[in-house]
Design a protein around this ligand. Structure first.
Ligand SMILES: Cc1cc2nc3c(=O)[nH]c(=O)nc-3n(C[C@H](O)[C@H](O)[C@H](O)COP(=O)(O)O)c2cc1C
Length: 353
């Protein structure tokens, strides 16, 4: 997610789940070919399985960017056909690509020819006022999925809403068009008649582990956006949920797990400090702590913890490895982690961002 799932956010999320796949922000293919590759692509090795999401519509550019990413160590390339922003439309990519299935197929094929890692596509249920309950509009998205599968995409993630290209902001596009999980489920089952190996993932509005488990048997996987960011403690249940095929989806946030996560956070930040020092780059602790604020959501003392983690004056005084350790120990002091197994309903609230 743009501006959210940067390298620091992903390193933090990897502390919470070892099995979940992590995705980068969408990065324009041109930025990778012509820009500062390291700045866009560098990541910590713990982040595997790591997916680079690309934006673009020029098959050869996408192929070049995908090859660079494979060489950089990425595990998968995902093409964005779901972003409705006007800026992205001006670049002729994102959701508006759904209107050009042949071009998307060409993009997928060009990338597949250039790399040996999997190539996937993220898309919507349709465009503008299409109604996937109508046969013709349903067929439109099914044909799109079939064409990109034929071209070599091994995974499709359906954000189960239409994209409205004119008149709605990206934020409104994540809230206003209705979610239609039933259509997404039917699409998966129809697609698999012809492409049994293509994995179909569900995305959109899944905000608790219970809501993921409810759909477990109907999809091959799930992509979680805002809830993962705002209430990252849900990630603590994912490894067990994957191992148990969706049967166990509780999660544990107790004193012990909190301490382990805190140690991991401190370790990550100290490692980043060293990298900044070696590269003679400025070290901004706020660039890391901003992703962590939701971890204490629902716990006693969370407000004070958030205040400290976003207090720029306090953060700017943290300059050494010892400072980092002290800062976090201090910030966590007032937190109260009540029970061994927190009730998910107590911790999770719906967020709109
Ligand atoms: C701040 C923000 C940035 C996003 N950036 C991207 C992006 O770069 N690529 C993408 O495919 N989706 C992006 N999305 C959309 C999410 O991936 C997801 O499809 C959408 O939020 C619906 O899923 P959710 O209800 O689980 O959040 C973004 C969402 C937000 C809130």
């Amino acid at each position: 997610m743009m501006d959210w799932t940067d390298r620091h956010c992903r390193s933090f999320h990897r502390l919470l789940t070892k099995k979940g796949h992590l995705y980068t922000e969408m990065i324009n293919a041109g930025a990778i070919i012509y820009g500062d590759v390291g700045r866009h692509l560098d990541f910590d090795q713990e982040q595997h399985h790591l997916v680079l999401q690309l934006g673009g519509s020029e098959p050869q550019d996408l192929a070049k960017a995908a090859k660079i990413a494979q060489d950089w160590g990425y595990d998968q390339i995902d093409l964005n056909c779901g972003c409705p922003s006007e800026r992205v439309q001006r670049g002729s990519f994102g959701a508006c690509l759904m209107a050009e299935p042949q071009l998307v197929a060409d993009c997928v094929k060009a990338m597949k020819d250039a790399v040996s890692i999997p190539v996937s596509v993220k898309h919507r249920l349709g465009l503008d006022d299409m109604n996937p309950h109508l046969e013709q509009d349903y067929q439109f998205v099914l044909d799109f999925m079939a064409q990109v599968s034929e071209a070599g995409a091994s995974q499709l993630t359906i954000h189960a809403r239409n994209a409205v290209l004119k008149g709605l902001s990206p934020k409104e596009n994540r809230m206003i068009p209705p979610l239609r999980y039933d259509i997404a489920k039917r699409l998966r089952s129809d697609l698999q008649q012809h492409f049994p190996l293509t994995k179909v993932l569900l995305n959109g509005g899944l905000d608790t582990n219970q809501s993921i488990a409810n759909h477990w048997d109907d999809f091959d996987g799930f992509m979680i956006g805002r809830a993962a960011y705002h209430t990252p403690a849900i990630l603590l249940g994912w490894d067990e949920m994957i191992l148990s095929q969706g049967r166990n989806f509780g999660y544990f946030l107790n004193d012990q797990t909190w301490l382990e996560i805190q140690r991991g956070i401190i370790h990550n930040i100290q490692a980043w400090l060293v990298q900044c020092q070696l590269a003679q780059r400025p070290f901004y602790l706020a660039a890391i702590t901003r992703h962590i604020l939701g971890l204490a959501h629902g716990l006693g003392g969370a407000r004070l913890w958030r205040q400290q983690l976003s207090d720029h004056r306090l953060l700017s005084e943290v300059k050494t490895a010892d400072d980092i350790e002290m800062f976090f120990t201090q910030a966590c002091r007032e937190l109260r982690i009540f029970s061994d197994e927190n009730d998910e309903d107590d911790l999770i609230h719906r967020y709109e961002s």
